[in-house]
Ligand binder design. Structure first.
Ligand code: MN
Ligand code: MN
Length: 505
């Protein structure tokens, strides 16, 4: 049985062409401002609010000396007979999509535990701005709890996007809900604790998602995986009380049975103890999120239909628990991957690449991918290199590298490219196998070089999100803890106008 823990819903959104102060039953109003030549200027939807509320908002704002950067909030408590309790004046920076996303997140944060907020912040932006605002509000609202007495704070229940007609803006709102929903889903899956989140549980979530979204879903158990030669997945999972799985999800666009296929592979380690090469306690505490890559793939698959994608997309999630037990992999063991390549396991904590290798080799052998992308919380080295707010990636085609970086920047999940430097290839050598799994530094690059052998000649990108997989603090749309980083970047790429443009070069 798929048992979801106590869940908190994201806010419900509605469009209204009314002016914000004409709406009834609203608890908070969020209005935009910018700073021009050092002077704050109230923006869309603010005309008439002063009179309606009996406040001099311009003077109030001026007295707080705001900078106007995207997501800055000046909070004005009010008492009126209408039930309105709070006015939020929200900085819009230069009015970019990023500013709108941050403004939305700031409003979400200020509106926790309120019933409703009406906002005109995105009213003068374009469709992209509205989408970004909705994404920011959803993800800034993220709450996960398993508390006996309810969550510490509840997302605002209702967000009214005022001054915007349903006819003109429904599509941008729907896009925001799908992108924000994907981020919410990947963050939620990554946050679920591992006493619930076994490989089987993750597979049940995928089956449920497939049913909701009209995707095909297949799950292979440990017997089938062993028969078919997935030695990496079997090896990593063999020490656990909960055996490994391979999850496959398929999206086919309407009329697109022969469309080119993108294969996404997500690392699904439901808990990483390090295995016999055990992690220190402080390094293990966040390891329930070591299936973030798999969660990202699931979230992407679940949103393709709503967002519209003309390509076939297959998601593969090799999922296993890297546990300590009498049957765990030992340092020095050799595993044989799908297709026959072998790895000497010098460090059982470098397990992610072992499960990804099988799935990538399978994709190249059987699925004829036009592009292969894997996403994984793979190396601590990536966190050292990039900190916790930027993901790293590698690509064997410049065209693919470019479209991914552009999509990631537009989505608010920035990715920085690192080199597949052939001079480090020697570090992979093993005395007994085709490669060793613990080639040492530079760790993010040598991990990518290990994986590259399983991509064949296929255009391939490897997203190492171990850097951005956990947020150390609340920041913009990120809430503290597992982030589910990557789903918006991949969706923005796959649902863009021409996702395969320039990739064959
Ligand atoms: Mn590990
Ligand atoms: Mn890991």
């Amino acid at each position: 049985m798929a048992v979801l823990p106590a869940q908190v819903a994201p806010p419900a959104f509605a469009l209204s062409s009314l002016r914000p102060h004409d709406l009834t039953g609203i608890e908070a109003l969020a209005l935009p401002f910018t700073v021009v030549d050092g002077k704050p200027v109230l923006g869309a939807g603010t005309a008439g609010v002063d009179t309606a509320l009996g406040l001099d908002l311009a003077a109030l704002l001026d007295s707080r000396r705001p900078t106007g950067k995207g997501g800055e909030v000046v909070s004005v408590p009010v008492g009126t007979g209408t039930g309105l309790r709070l006015v939020l004046l929200v900085g819009l920076g230069a009015g970019t999509a990023t500013d709108h996303r941050r403004a939305g997140a700031a409003v979400a944060r200020a509106a926790f535990d309120h019933e409703s907020v009406a906002t005109t912040v995105p009213a003068e932006g374009d469709a992209q701005a509205l989408t970004a605002y909705v994404v920011g509000t959803m993800l800034g609202s993220f709450v996960f709890h398993w508390r006996s007495e309810g969550p510490e704070r509840r997302p605002v229940r209702r967000v009214v996007l005022a001054g915007l007609s349903a006819d003109d803006h429904a599509a941008a709102l729907e896009r925001g809900l799908a992108l924000g929903g994907a981020g919410w889903r990947s963050r939620m899956l990554a946050t679920v604790p591992s006493n619930l989140k076994s490989p089987q549980w993750l597979a049940e979530q995928a089956e449920q998602l497939a049913e909701e979204q009209g995707l095909a879903c297949e799950v292979w158990d440990e017997v089938t995986l062993a028969e078919r030669g997935f030695g990496g997945v079997i090896g990593v999972g063999q020490g656990s009380a909960t055996p490994p799985r391979l999850i496959r999800l398929d999206y086919t666009p309407p009329g697109g049975r022969k469309a080119p296929r993108v294969v996404l592979v997500g690392k699904g380690i439901t808990f990483d103890s390090g295995g016999l090469s055990i992690k220190p306690a402080e390094g293990m505490a966040t390891m329930k999120r070591d299936m973030t890559g798999g969660a990202v793939v699931m979230a992407v698959m679940g949103a393709l239909g709503t967002l519209g994608c003309g390509l076939r997309v297959t998601g593969l999630i090799p999922t296993a628990e890297n546990a300590v037990g009498g049957s765990s992999l030992r340092p020095g063991d050799v595993v044989t991957h799908y297709g026959g390549r072998t790895s000497e396991v010098l460090n059982t904590d470098a397990e992610g690449r072992l499960v990804l290798a099988d799935a990538m080799a399978y994709a190249v052998d059987r699925l004829d991918p036009a592009v292969l992308v894997d996403v994984a919380t793979l190396t601590g080295a990536m966190k050292v290199a990039l900190g916790q707010w930027v993901g790293g990636y590698f690509a064997n085609r410049d065209g693919l590298a470019e479209v991914l970086a552009d999509a990631a920047a537009a989505a608010g999940e920035p990715l920085w490219r690192l080199p597949l430097e052939p001079d480090y290839e020697d570090t992979l050598s093993s005395q007994v196998a085709d490669a060793n799994n613990s080639p040492g530094g530079p760790g993010a690059i040598t991990a990518a070089l290990f994986l590259q052998h399983f991509a064949g000649e296929v255009p391939w990108a490897h997203l190492d999100i171990a850097s951005a997989g956990d947020a150390p603090a609340e920041s913009f749309e990120w809430t503290k803890g597992p982030t589910g980083f990557g789903s918006r970047a991949l969706l923005t790429w796959l649902t863009g106008s021409d996702p395969l443009a320039g990739i064959a070069d």
